[in-house]
Design a protein around this ligand. Structure first.
Ligand SMILES: NC(=O)c1ccc[n+]([C@@H]2O[C@H](COP(=O)([O-])OP(=O)(O)OC[C@H]3O[C@@H](n4cnc5c(N)ncnc54)[C@H](O)[C@@H]3O)[C@@H](O)[C@H]2O)c1
Length: 361
């Protein structure tokens, strides 16, 4: 008989992702208590009403420290993760925090020290790991079907509309640190066992700079791993405002000594055109006529169910806590390595020089 632990979940941050996680948690059979907090108490109240949560507050600690709570989801904006994560760890809670773990290595190190001190269970939601095509790719690697991986490539495109929203809420959340990060994590996960020793990158400025953000429109990087594997990574979050990607249009390739995987994740095979317009997830006043269906990063609503990476990932994390099943979410040290690589990409693009890892503290 599997032992089932009952769960009380605090959701910190009642925005787009926090709302999805809260809904998914509320429907999970082992969850019998939900608390919601947000810097904006009205948002916390509205989400609590929507999911039938028992508690809501404008004070994160009040939600995290409720005695019914044993696990915390931190879905606040990128620059606001560290404090609620530390509060949750101090209260002995398990934690799921959205990517990136933090925006600086110093913050990430403080979190890792707290995790280690308390032998806590902290996971980071790099939800690409829970997109079916990448889970299936990981299985092929584990089965050895591509042989030894010697090279990889990943690039992701999005329209500038989402970049503007990201940069407005947090100037440190650049397309590299906030979006390419998923594919850095993905390649690190597929290449498990090797670590990045050198980063070489170039970037070019354009419309994001013209709009007042000191960040590149396009970034390309070459990563060298400790076993000699080379990977090419790229991101542009500056495609025209009405480009049909509603999140990520991506392509990932894995080259091995005995096989190769070409993972076409652009979603150009799922086109919809509508005269009625589709609202953009990140911009309430913005709508597009053409969309690549399923290109939104979290997933999609269909017939009252939320389907896709965030749904798979949230349920896997809840199964992990309630049933003790292993899960594939990134650990804190893995998330720190990914953060370090993204910061090194920015550093190399600025200095025009290769950057050796680990970065100096
Ligand atoms: N895995 C995915 O598919 C995915 C997709 C989008 C975003 N994300 C990540 O999820 C996180 C949230 O993104 P979002 O799109 O939901 O943002 P959002 O702007 O919709 O929501 C953020 C919420 O956090 C609240 N907030 C800000 N500071 C806070 C604080 N100190 N304490 C409590 N609440 C606070 C804001 O009021 C807002 O309600 C980010 O880390 C982002 O990178 C993940």
């Amino acid at each position: 008989m599997i032992e089932r632990k009952s769960l009380g979940i605090a959701v910190v941050g009642a925005g787009r992702i926090g709302s999805l996680r809260a809904r998914l948690a509320a429907e999970y059979p082992a969850v019998n208590f939900i608390a919601v907090s947000d810097a904006d108490p009205a948002r916390a109240r509205d989400l609590a009403r929507e999911v039938g949560a028992q508690f809501h507050s404008g004070d994160n600690l009040a939600a995290i420290s409720r005695p019914e709570v044993n696990a915390v989801i931190v879905a606040a904006s990128e620059g606001e993760h560290a404090l609620p994560v530390m509060q949750a760890l101090e209260q002995g809670r398990s934690v799921l925090v959205e990517k990136p773990l933090a925006l600086t290595l110093a913050e990430a190190d403080r979190i890792i020290a707290a995790v280690e001190k308390r032998k806590a269970n902290l996971r980071v939601g790099y939800s690409r790991r829970y997109k079916d095509r990448y889970l299936i790719a990981k299985e092929q690697v584990i089965q050895g079907r591509v042989g030894k991986i010697v090279g990889a490539a990943a690039r992701v495109y999005n329209s500038r509309s989402q970049a503007f929203a990201m940069l407005k809420r947090n100037p440190g959340a650049t397309p590299v640190v906030d979006a390419l990060t998923y594919y850095v994590d993905l390649l690190n996960w597929l290449l498990e066992g090797a670590h990045v020793t050198e980063v070489f990158a170039r970037g070019q400025k354009g419309v994001l700079k013209a709009a007042g953000h000191d960040t590149d429109d396009v970034s390309w990087a070459i990563l060298t791993y400790s076993d000699g594997t080379i990977a090419s990574l790229g991101v542009s979050y500056a495609l025209p405002e009405k480009y049909p990607a509603l999140g990520h249009a991506a392509r990932v390739e894995v080259l091995g000594t005995e096989g190769v995987m070409i993972l076409d994740d652009d979603h150009t095979d799922q086109l919809m055109y509508t005269e009625k317009g589709v609202p953009h997830v990140y911009l309430p006043d913005h709508s597009v006529n053409m969309v690549f269906l399923q290109s939104g990063t979290p997933g999609d609503w269909a017939l009252g169910e939320f389907l896709g990476p965030i749904a798979n990932e949230t349920r896997a994390w809840l199964d992990h806590l309630a049933l003790g099943k292993p899960c594939n979410l990134a650990t804190a040290p893995e998330a720190r390595r990914t953060l370090e690589i993204t910061l090194a990409i920015e550093q190399s693009a600025k200095s025009l020089k290769p950057v050796a890892l680990p970065l100096a503290k």
